[in-house]
Design a protein around this ligand. Structure first.
Ligand code: ATP
Ligand code: MG
Length: 278
């Protein structure tokens, strides 16, 4: 059996942003392996220090903030209005989304007390606003929110307990144009972020029934939904709509080629994806 990097060495290189190709490297002796590890570690550290230097001297905002900004600008240009709603929501709002005892998402909710929780999604707040805006604005109504969501998700490299969702909805469009509009919005936003390779995959969601997901290399970047929908009744919505929910950390992960979403999220260990113990 050939000599490969030790678990600790692999872990260290991964933290420093090495790609998966190092996993299969074979060495003829332990000395050769350790020397090679040292060289790789040194090179990666140099690269990471350079990235921190670029952050300091040039862009000064982490990738996640930049992606958020360009998406917001694009949506506003496209006629969408940004909304900012509470992060703390009620149990009643979750129930109106059909997230009750039988639903798997209910175990992922961070409860603050019997009746209040940290929102696991933006949709209930957007539903609530739409009902009010329908009476005030001409259709189609286009709104979006971007902000923190919380789920006790600990399924490894693609899930964070706190992440940033971008949720947009367009309500009051002809039902027959929904699918085309959904695809148009996906293409607009993915193009804006600069991810041009993605697949649209049909999915069935516990909350929304049949939906379409936007995937890159088995990573779900976005889930979409269309209404009229069985949940609409509870919120007093009668018009047709399309909705998209993107995870911004997942977009950063794919864009930057990160193996682990931790590098893209809120962190004390990483700054803009660069490990600080270098
Ligand atoms: P997954 O199946 O990957 O757990 P989901 O289908 O439960 O995701 P949605 O409810 O569709 O997630 O949320 C919309 C988007 O939010 C997802 O496509 C993903 O990009 C992002 N997202 C969801 N949960 C998380 C999480 N725990 N950490 C980071 N991003 C997330
Ligand atoms: Mg989904």
């Amino acid at each position: 059996m050939g000599i490969t990097l030790t678990k600790t060495q692999k872990q260290r290189l991964r933290e420093l942003g090495a790609d998966a190709s190092m996993d299969g490297k074979i060495f003829s002796s332990i000395q050769e392996r350790d020397a090679s590890f040292k060289t790789m570690e040194k090179e990666l550290i140099e690269k990471e220090k350079q990235r921190l230097q670029n952050l300091l001297n040039h862009h000064r905002r982490p990738a996640i903030c930049q992606i958020e900004e360009i998406l917001i600008n694009k949506l506003v240009e496209e006629g969408f209005v940004q909304v900012v709603t509470p992060i703390i929501i009620t149990k009643g709002f979750l129930e109106k989304m059909s997230i009750t005892a039988k639903h798997s998402l209910v175990d992922q909710v961070f409860w603050l007390n019997k009746n209040k929780c940290l929102r696991p999604m933006l949709a209930p707040n957007l539903y609530y606003l739409l009902k009010r805006l329908v009476r005030l604005w001409k259709k189609p109504i286009r709104i979006f929110e971007v902000g923190p969501c919380f789920r006790k998700d600990s399924k490894g490299s693609q899930h964070l307990n706190e992440f940033t969702m971008l949720n947009l909805v367009e309500l009051g469009l002809p039902p027959e144009s929904r699918l085309e509009r959904l695809k148009e919005l996906v293409s607009l936003l993915m193009g804006t972020v600069g991810i041009n390779e993605y697949q649209l995959v049909s999915e069935s969601s516990e909350v929304y029934g049949e939906t379409m997901d936007v995937m890159t290399d088995d990573i779900e970047l976005c889930s979409t939904a269309m209404g009229s929908h069985p949940l609409d009744d509870a919120w007093g919505i009668v018009d047709s709509w399309v909705g998209l929910g993107f995870g911004l950390e997942r977009l950063v992960m794919v864009k930057q080629g990160y193996q682990n979403i931790q590098r893209a999220g809120r962190s004390l260990i990483y700054l803009d994806g660069v490990r600080l113990n270098i």
